[in-house]
Design a protein around this ligand. Structure first.
Ligand code: ADP
Ligand code: ADP
Length: 235
């Protein structure tokens, strides 16, 4: 099953009088459970594509289906509900709340789910901080944690809503190689264990090499055919 289907999508931004063609007629199917890297130079359209898949922006033309649902016909409320229950984000700058502890950061997205009791929420927080290896740091604030630990909190927060898709915009860009590798490794373990689909952008060859599938974008167009990579074809 394709968890994401993108059909002939264009995205245009207005910049004063000028129009910027950020994505030009992109089509892409992403199968459920993929561990997919979107590669390409700065300005090629990677973030734009992630924002469209994440339903935080809408295409200028074309169709996007998330988990089988055409998102173009949805009201803003329906979209935010779909997003809350299906999609999570990880960022290169972690984007944690600085005044909240690790456990409060992980709990935060769960507050919107009225069906979860306080006990349900705290069980999930404990479980997901454990999965990312940070149980001992649950009361630490972001500024008391290393970059790698902050990204682990962000991953626990992303996982807490039990999403089908995690979108990660350059998740290792602010980490040293060793820490970046361990974050990628953790993402891969989660991908295998929960079958969560990961779609991450990068311009780092080492990060691309860890993907099961690689899509390359240049100047808003897909330049590397979106084939499944076998072991030999992987970089
Ligand atoms: P990448 O993530 O690969 O660096 P982006 O998706 O951020 O690329 O950008 C693709 C193109 O769209 C670039 O030319 C960028 O300048 C332009 N762009 C991105 N966001 C906006 C915006 N909000 N307004 C105008 N132009 C934008
Ligand atoms: P069950 O059908 O008993 O919920 P699952 O295999 O779906 O069994 O889930 C096992 C555990 O993993 C559950 O505790 C659930 O909370 C958690 N889980 C399931 N899916 C996800 C997901 N996508 N992300 C994070 N945790 C998940």
């Amino acid at each position: 099953m394709n968890i994401v289907r993108i059909e002939n999508v264009c995205k245009e931004y207005s910049l004063g009088e000028q129009q910027v063609q950020a994505l030009q007629n992109i089509s892409l199917n992403i199968e459920n459970g993929a561990f997919l890297a979107i590669a390409g130079p700065s300005g090629s359209g990677k973030s734009t594509l992630l924002n469209l898949i994440g339903c935080i922006d809408t295409p200028s033309a074309g169709k996007i289906y998330i988990n089988g649902q055409d998102i173009s016909g949805k009201t803003p409320d329906e979209l935010s509900d779909l997003r809350a229950r299906t999609i999570s984000f990880i960022f290169q700058t972690f984007n944690l709340f600085p005044v909240l502890s690790a456990e409060e950061n992980v709990e935060y997205p769960l507050l919107q789910f009225k069906e979860l009791s306080t006990k349900d929420r705290s069980e999930r927080v404990v479980k997901f901080l454990d999965i990312v290896g940070l149980s001992r740091f649950s009361d630490h604030r972001p500024n008391q944690l290393s970059g790698g630990q902050r990204q682990r909190v962000a991953i626990a927060r992303a996982l807490a809503t039990q999403p089908k898709i995690i979108l990660a915009d350059e998740p290792t860009a602010n980490l040293d190689h060793k820490t970046g590798d361990s974050i990628l490794q953790l993402m891969k373990e989660i991908n295998c264990h929960f079958k969560t689909t990961f779609i991450f952008s990068t311009h780092d060859q080492r990060v691309m090499a860890m993907a099961d599938r690689l899509v390359r974008i240049e100047d808003g167009q897909i330049t590397l055919p979106n084939i499944e990579l076998d072991e030999e074809a992987a970089i």
